[in-house]
Write a protein that binds this ligand. Sequence first.
Ligand SMILES: Nc1ccccc1-c1cnco1
Length: 227
Amino acid sequence: MRLDIVTIFPEFFGVLDVSLLGRARAAGVIEVGVHDLRDHTHDRHRTVDDTPYGGGAGMVMKPEPWGEALDALLTPRSVLIVPSPAGHPFTQRQARELAVREHLVFACGRYEGIDQRVVDHYSERTEVRVLSIGDYVLNGGEVATMAMIEAIARLVPGVVGNPESLTEESHEDGLLEYPSYTKPASWRGLEVPPVLLSGNHGAVADWRREQQLARTRAIRPDLIEKP
Ligand SMILES: Nc1ccccc1-c1cnco1
């Protein structure tokens, strides 16, 4: 898989050289390119934004630099991902779908966003996904991009050492994960649930499933499909 990121803060992604993704890059499983949007400006001030048509506060990112930057990166097999508070929810299902794609290009917008014609133009030519990581306001797409890259990259074969560890996790099966415990069996007067010490694997599996359902009902009833 190849990831390309376009941003006005390329230094923000320096951290990708360490952590899980760093190993994946070293193993050649994932290639990452970070590109400065300002390299696609041609004025003395390297301008990437301007005032919004129709008035209003803030600035909008100009379409021309984005057009030049994305033309240089996108191929018909790419997916253009645009983080946005107005996007479709980024979910584990999205992460799984994107983890098997060849080429992801992330467009990190700032200010009040990117001129809408950029999404409209590329939607005619390639797959575009406008995605939100949650219902809150960030200053730009970089943090959202980092979160999505971590969620996606860890699903790419060869990135995580033990693929088993990818299955029993929250949202992987549509439910929240069960509570976990380790030694000591007693800590500050709190005991590990006895079933987990019983050695009865069937009983442990049943208990864990019950815990998943109870937790999901209590914390995220929205995740439980309506009949
Ligand atoms: N708030 C934002 C501002 C700019 C780019 C993305 C976002 C975003 C993405 N998911 C939630 O918010």
